[in-house]
Design a protein around this ligand. Sequence first.
Ligand code: SF4
Ligand code: SF4
Length: 203
Amino acid sequence: MFSKLAKWHAKIPPENCIQCRLCEDSCPYGAIQEPALPLAPQAKPAARRRLAGMLLLTPVLIAAGIGLGMLLAVPLSRMDPQVRLAERIGAEETEHVTGTTDASEAFRGTGRPVHELYGEAVQRRDRFRTLGGWLGAWTGLVIGLKLITLSIRRKRTDYQPDRSRCVSCGRCYWYCPGEQVRLGLIRDVSEVVPEKEDASLGA
Ligand code: SF4
Ligand code: SF4
């Protein structure tokens, strides 16, 4: 996600793209984006409304994520053995369950005060609640940013790597005739793509 903000990024081709599409097939991550035409004037208001909607929706998603994360904290905190033990001891003390477990017997055997166990369980559950809130906020933010990104249409005249998916492995460079000319491996792109016009039409 932060890769989108990077100042430097992989860019092909070095000069003019002849739209041969060789790079598109070479990328193991499917990260090459094809050229995109600008939006028609009559489609622009709808696109702006969609973007505004996504911008307004993002804080709602973050808030919903926080709420959900905090709600899930209670069931998730039961993964913690101390919390489970405190709940079990509480249920035994209030006679909501009958009998004892090995864990509750062992705890009583230590002679430790019950209120200490309860206090520790509350602290751990609070930690789960805080973490759940942060995780929910992060998830809401990521979803919101993704929706915003999908609502923004950029004009592209050349085949270019998608900044959010490209890992800058450089594999596509090797396939680009323009790059091979730059490296001096061939003299002209026509050595790789004999009929430039045909290649463009094929694309
Ligand atoms: S640099 Fe690698 S990941 Fe990026 S577009 Fe080219 S082949 Fe794909
Ligand atoms: S391989 Fe190079 S010239 Fe061919 S489409 Fe990709 S960027 Fe353009």
